[in-house]
Design a protein around this ligand. Structure first.
Ligand code: SF4
Ligand code: SF4
Length: 357
């Protein structure tokens, strides 16, 4: 069975006012917000980007979504979770400040920000799944407490999963800290000693004191390491790597299981938007991302996260004339998350593309 994916092609992303109008029309035509109920909380799950990031969802589009939710009587709020790794998004206070710097003040977007996992990322809400690998998904309580949710994702590459879109936005992005640890813990970094210049950037970046200095290279303590991958992001020489051959697949599969847990709680009041602009190799957790790997395409949305991500991958591949995500991350095959997501009935990889405008 195929799911419907709506697409509005947009070439000029500098004209945010025009993009916002296109987004408004797309929301109306698709009717995906008809699931919103009056006088109930309506969450928008997004990322505010790491400091300096320019790829996060643009404020005018978020405001447009807030207006659309209010027009249906919902009580919208923006929600996000804190990160496992060092940076300005590791606790809610610093994270809020960064969100404000990126323009997400109430007066700009018309809705408050509520962090799903509390001040220090400790809040959790457990959902059981019919899965041997993830029998219990540890989500944030927002999933339980909101009445509806729109996952507003920016389609990007990702060093662990190859690609991140609708599934990653809710699967990883609505997991509690313990849930994120569970997903990442399958990934084991290793140090290529001959490439280590002992700059010690990785030691400063590791929030878990899992890296120590050796004579000629650093070493990682596998007992302490949570697999958050922050050391990979900061290493200037590429000395830290991952056994991608098995681990990327497992983390993607667990991410899909977590996304299923979110949908089981919220269906039928959940919808998904992927922004197909500023498509970069790294995700918006990395700060500035100058490596754009595909042309801007537009905005796609659906009630089915699997169909939406499959359509997004297909559209990006078509626009780029190849697979820029696989080219950026050869060892991380993003097909794994889609194949597993379909196998566990999160959604369908078969879709009908409805172009609007
Ligand atoms: S050593 Fe492990 S815990 Fe520390 S930054 Fe690297 S991946 Fe994260
Ligand atoms: S960041 Fe890379 S080069 Fe620097 S100490 Fe760590 S492993 Fe070595």
């Amino acid at each position: 069975m195929s799911s419907r994916v709506y697409l509005q092609r947009i070439e000029d992303w500098k004209d945010f006012a025009g993009v916002a109008v296109s987004f408004r029309n797309l929301l109306e035509e698709s009717k995906i917000l008809d699931m919103v109920r009056a006088d109930r909380p309506a969450a928008i799950k997004l990322t505010f980007g790491e400091a300096g990031n320019q790829g996060h969802p643009p404020v005018p589009l978020v405001r447009e979504l807030v207006v659309a939710l209010r027009a249906r009587g919902g009580h919208p709020f923006l929600t996000e979770t804190n990160t496992l790794y060092n940076g300005r998004r590791k606790n809610a206070l610093d994270h809020l400040e960064l969100a404000r710097e990126h323009g997400f003040a109430f007066e700009n977007v018309g809705a408050p920000i509520l962090f799903g996992d509390g001040l220090l990322g400790r809040e959790t809400f457990d959902v059981t799944l019919p899965s041997d690998d993830v029998p219990v998904a540890h989500l944030v309580p927002t999933v339980r407490d909101t009445d509806s949710l729109v996952g507003l994702a920016h389609a990007t590459g990702h060093l662990l999963t190859g690609f991140g879109g609708a599934i990653k936005n809710i699967g990883m992005g609505l997991a509690s800290r313990v849930g994120k640890l569970e997903m990442h813990s399958v990934v084991s970094p290793l140090v290529r000693e001959e490439q280590c210049i002992l700059c010690l950037a990785c030691i400063g970046a590791c929030a878990h004191e899992a890296i120590r200095r050796g004579e000629t290279a650093v070493a990682i303590d596998g007992q302490r390491c949570t697999g958050c991958a922050e050391c990979l992001a900061v290493c200037p020489t590429g000395a830290i790597g991952i056994d991608w051959s098995k681990d990327s697949r497992r983390i993607q599969e667990r991410m899909a299981e977590y996304a299923l847990a979110v949908c089981r709680v919220l269906e039928p009041r959940i919808a998904f938007v992927n922004l197909l602009n500023h498509i970069s190799d790294h995700c918006d957790c990395i700060g500035p991302t100058p490596n754009l790997i595909a042309p801007d395409i537009g905005i796609a949305l659906s009630r089915d996260p699997v169909a939406l991500d499959q359509a997004t991958l297909d559209l990006v591949r078509e626009a780029a004339g190849g697979d820029p995500f696989r080219a950026a991350w050869p060892e991380a095959d993003a097909e794994a998350q889609l194949a597993h997501a379909e196998a566990i009935a999160l959604g369908s990889r078969h879709y009908e593309l409805v172009e609007t405008g």
